[in-house]
Structures are given as structure tokens and as C-alpha cells.
Design a protein around this ligand. Structure first.
Ligand code: C5P
Length: 240
């Protein structure tokens, strides 16, 4: 088991709002968001779709505009490959990246060993698209919650410093993993998106202990992004 580390929290990061915006947009549209949100948010999440379109230059573009980069490629491979890919991503300036907790202790350690200061690995436990029947179909017979907690524990023991969590797991995770940075997607501003069955408002997720939230469509799909942004800020008691 790794040594317990000092608790990370969003106050240790240099951010205007503890919000990560998911750049799940075609590049033309995504560029507008860089201008709109410069200086307002911690940074952007880059997933596999945008990364396949733009390649590693997307990291450089975002960093040159002062954004932090959360690379969400969910690594899951043999330990040597994941460790080296993590090192490469961090050497290119990535701030956070994700790995699958189910990659096992050695893979998790290989990624964790590459963490430096504020360059963190975050572990994904059970994807929210999976239900109990899906777990059973791959011969996992634990309850979803037990499985989730087991993978979160494995990740923490390996030295991984952050967890991706759903808003509803926050209470449990805050108590069980007080040293982990909790990054929470599945949040909304007005109403949850149709496919977000267990979403919470951003303000409520932060109140329940999220260190950062990940937000996408609540901003992109708003009729007027500036009004939506102001609504978000006023729900958090800040003006921007
Ligand atoms: O739903 P929304 O558009 O706000 O999602 C923002 C990002 O968070 C997306 O990249 C999505 O894949 C991710 N997400 C997630 N788990 C959820 C909901 C969203 O990883 N339960």
C-alpha cells in the first residue's frame, strides 16, 4: 500500500471556477468556447473524439491559451504501456488523465508513479453506462457499488490521486477516500440532459464535496451561452 498523501483539494489549484468543460464538440465550434471561457474555468476535458481529430496539438493549443488539460483517453493496457503513455502525456503538458481502475494494481501503480505535483492520474471505476446486468455478463458478481468501491480502493492503494465519481457517490467517497481529488461529471445547470438519469445541479455537487465538476451540454446546448454562464455563476455565488 502506498503512503497516505496530503489531501488535494481544488483550493490548491490555480483556477477561477472548479469547472472543467468537456470539449465534446466539432473543432470549429470548440474554438469558440476557448475564447468564451478563457480565464473563467480551470480547463477543458479532451476525449477520444477530439483527440483523434486534432492529435496532440490540441494539448499545445489549450495550454497556449492558459487552460489546464484533462486528457480523458481512459488508458487500459499492460502496465509498461500505460506507464509510458502516461509519462508521454505529462511530458506534453497534460495536467490530468484517466485510466481504468479495472486495469489492476500493477497497471495503476505504473500510471501513479508518473504523477508529479499537480499532474494527476484519475481513476475511472464503473462507467455509468454499465448496469448490474452488464457486470454479470462479464462475470462480475459483486454489486455495482461494491465493485465500484473495490476499484476505487485499488486505485488509492496504488497511489492514484484522483477519482471520477458520480454526484450520488460523493457522500460515500468523501468518507472512504478523503485523500482523493473527486472529479464529477453528470451535472447540470437548469435541467438534466435526457440521458442523465442521476444528475445533480453543479452547485449541489460542489456542496456535497466534489472538488471539480465536468460540464458539457448544459453549456453547449443553451440557447444563449452568456445567460447560461451567468446562471451557473450565480448558482455558485460568484460573478464573472
Ligand atoms: O453530460 P455532459 O454533456 O455534461 O457530459 C460532459 C462530459 O462528461 C462528457 O464528456 C461525458 O462523456 C462525461 N460524462 C461522464 N459520465 C457521466 C456523464 C458524463 O463521464 N455520467
Amino acid at each position: 500500500m502506498s503512503e497516505p498523501r496530503a489531501k488535494l483539494s481544488n483550493s490548491q489549484f490555480n483556477w477561477p471556477l472548479p469547472v472543467v468543460v468537456a470539449l465534446d464538440q466539432p473543432w470549429d465550434a470548440a474554438q469558440d468556447w476557448l475564447d468564451r471561457l478563457q480565464g473563467k474555468i480551470w480547463g477543458f476535458k479532451v476525449g477520444s473524439i477530439l483527440y483523434m481529430k486534432m492529435g496532440p496539438q490540441i494539448i499545445e493549443i489549450l495550454k497556449s491559451k492558459g487552460f489546464k488539460v484533462f486528457l480523458d483517453l481512459k488508458f487500459h493496457d499492460i502496465p509498461n504501456t500505460v506507464g509510458r503513455a502516461t509519462r508521454e502525456a505529462f511530458s506534453q503538458g497534460v495536467d490530468w488523465l484517466t485510466v481504468h481502475g479495472s486495469g489492476g494494481p500493477e497497471m495503476l501503480r505504473a500510471a501513479a508513479n508518473e504523477q508529479r505535483d499537480e499532474q494527476l492520474v484519475l481513476s475511472v471505476s464503473v462507467l455509468t453506462s454499465l448496469n448490474q446486468a452488464d457486470l454479470t455478463s462479464i462475470n462480475i458478481n459483486d454489486s455495482l457499488e461494491d465493485h465500484f468501491l473495490k476499484l476505487a480502493q485499488l486505485s488509492q492503494d496504488a497511489g492514484i490521486r484522483g477519482l471520477i465519481a458520480s454526484p450520488h457517490e460523493l457522500g460515500l467517497l468523501k468518507t472512504r477516500f478523503p485523500g482523493s481529488l473527486l472529479v464529477v461529471p453528470g451535472v447540470h445547470i437548469d435541467e438534466p440532459a435526457a440521458d442523465q438519469k442521476r444528475s445533480l445541479p453543479v452547485s449541489e455537487a460542489l456542496k456535497r464535496g466534489a472538488d471539480f465538476v465536468v460540464l458539457g451540454r448544459a453549456l453547449y446546448e443553451a440557447e444563449n451561452w452568456e445567460i447560461q454562464w451567468k446562471k451557473l455563476c450565480s448558482s455558485l455565488g460568484v460573478t464573472y
